[in-house]
Design a protein around this ligand. Structure first.
Ligand code: GLC
Length: 531
């Protein structure tokens, strides 16, 4: 390990931290208008403190018309009235700070809403603001066909200007031109505004897309990407003690090492997605646990001593962990299984709201769907596929699965609100809710709580190296070592009971079953520790 790295890691304030992600629209509705809000979050800080999280990543709460639920920002300096006021936000920072919890803002800097003043001015013919975005003429657009990630053409025609603007997402999300220095300076100004308010970090939305290569029709990993991030670091968050994480769908291990360079010149860490997406087509993605093992191994090993990883299975864009990687019939067991697998690796764990109580996907109907991406997918796919095929994909993959309201108790609407929420509550709230989870000392909640505590107490979780142990297809097993200590995790990936010859060194430290037995039962997962 190089000296720079050791210095960085020893100084790094985030290395044993755990982040909890809040999707405010669906977390807690304090004023009963059917939409979650900032005061709702303030009211639940005791709960979050009890779980033991260090930081809250709050998805966008800025003024927004919400075509993409806040990822379409109209004013970066104001809180959307549906979420509350700036006073509420300041209070959130203060109250969280009293509990030693830091707030991480979500910054959408690749694009703005078309309702943003800059875009409005651009539409009125103001050249300065047209240059903030990617406006091109017909000849250029014809030479550069680009598809939007949300489906359809990424170029939108503006009749008054006889020009097209680029939108890699919804047509209300216009891409900014990062090659324009004025744009970059505006972004740094925004970051400094929030840093001066006391936020402790940022999650950078689709940040791998800020440098584009039109000649190659490539919308991410452009030639200036790392240069711009370094500049941003120097001119904003690099001057504060922060935890920063970039959302980088296209990152491989090489990019991940640059992004999380131990010299501190870019971010603290990134979200990489290879373990989530094994194919290029999101809607066709299948689970392959053998591949998954290999991907984890690659990132764990290649970044060790050379960078820093984030650890996550869930966020507001992904289906629920248990429905996807686990087994709903063994909900608590598989919830604990994947929590133990993930939280015992090297990196910074992120928990997405509801993951800690084992919330699941639900069986959507077309009318209940809310997500712009899923609706676009449906409208396209239905042209060539049966309804049942399309809805099966939606039920498995749609982002709405992550966005159903947090299930607090068994009262109406799961205790999220007293009014009909903006999105349907999962019917299983009577059985799966926070109140029930807190009352049962063996619940999934307490597994998460324990894992979070271990990260503070056992240095091996933070510092240990990683080696996969090959116990065949049915098992996921790995070993971490640190200063003569060993942590071994063994997990039965199947529903069948399995015998295993392998004897792990050390004492059984944690398990997803209450009583010890010789064989590994369905999805049984054990952590052994030897000191
Ligand atoms: C990111 C966000 C997602 C959003 C998209 C466009 O992937 O996580 O929710 O739709 O960027 O901003």
């Amino acid at each position: 390990m190089n000296a720079d790295y050791i210095k960085w890691r020893d100084n790094m304030s985030f290395k044993n931290k755990v982040v909890y992600q809040i999707y405010p629209m669906s977390f807690m509705d304090s004023n009963n208008d059917g939409m979650g809000d900032i005061r709702g979050i303030i009211g639940k800080l005791d709960y979050l403190e009890n779980l033991g999280v260090d930081m809250l990543w709050i998805t966008p709460v800025y003024s927004s018309p919400k075509f993409d639920n806040g990822y379409d920002i109209a004013d970066y300096y104001n809180i959307d009235p549906q979420f509350g006021t700036m006073e509420d936000f300041d209070e959130l920072i203060e109250k969280a700070k009293e509990k030693n919890i830091g707030i991480i803002m979500d910054i959408v800097a690749n694009h703005t809403s078309t309702h943003h003043d800059w875009f409005k001015k651009a539409l009125l013919g103001d050249k300065k603001y047209q240059d903030f975005y990617v406006f091109r003429d017909k000849a250029f657009v014809e030479k550069h066909p680009i598809n939007s990630i949300f489906g359809g053409d990424a170029w939108e025609y503006v009749e008054e200007l006889n020009l097209y603007y680029l939108h890699n997402f919804d047509k209300t999300q216009a891409d900014l031109d990062w090659d324009n220095e004025e744009v970059r300076e505006e972004v740094y100004k925004i970051l400094n505004f929030w840093l001066n308010k006391g936020v402790k970090g940022f999650r950078f939305d689709v940040i791998d897309m800020i440098s584009k290569e039109f000649d190659k029709l490539s919308m991410s990993n452009g030639p200036k990407l790392h240069e711009y991030i370094k500049e941003m670091n120097k001119k904003s968050f690099g001057n504060f003690e922060t935890l920063t994480v970039g959302e980088t769908w296209s990152a491989d291990t090489e990019h991940a090492k640059l992004y999380s360079n131990p010299d501190g010149s870019e971010f603290s860490m990134v979200f990489t997605f290879e373990h989530i997406m094994y194919t290029m087509n999101k809607w066709e993605t299948t689970i392959d646990k053998q591949k998954l093992k290999g991907i984890f191994e690659k990132y764990q090993k290649e970044l060790f001593g050379k960078g820093w990883n984030s650890l996550f299975f869930n966020n507001h864009d992904l289906p629920r962990l248990i429905s996807r990687y686990g087994d709903e019939e063994y909900r608590e067991i598989t919830g604990k299984q994947w929590a133990m697998i993930l939280h015992s690796m090297a990196g910074t764990p992120f928990i997405y709201q509801g993951e800690e109580i084992g919330m699941t996907n639900r069986a959507w109907t077309r009318e209940e769907m809310r997500d712009v991406e899923a609706i676009n997918y449906y409208n396209e796919a239905i042209k060539t596929h049966e309804e049942s095929y399309v809805m099966d994909k939606v039920r498995k993959i749609s982002r709405d699965n992550a966005r159903t309201p947090m299930q607090w108790d068994d009262s109406d609407y799961g205790g999220f609100s007293k009014e009909n929420p903006w999105i349907i509550v999962n019917e299983n709230y009577k059985d799966i809710n926070v109140k029930k989870a807190l009352e049962d000392e063996n619940s999934l909640f307490y597994t998460y709580k324990k894992l979070l505590k271990l990260r503070k107490e056992e240095e091996i979780l933070v510092e240990g190296d990683f080696n996969l142990i090959d116990l065949g297809e049915d098992f996921f097993a790995y070993k971490r070592t640190y200063k003569g200590q060993e942590l071994i995790l063994v997990s039965n990936l199947t529903k069948e009971e399995k015998t295993l010859d392998f004897v792990a060194k050390g004492e059984l430290f944690m398990s997803n079953y209450e009583k010890e037995e010789k064989n590994y039962r369905a999805y049984e997962t054990r952590i052994y520790l030897s000191k």
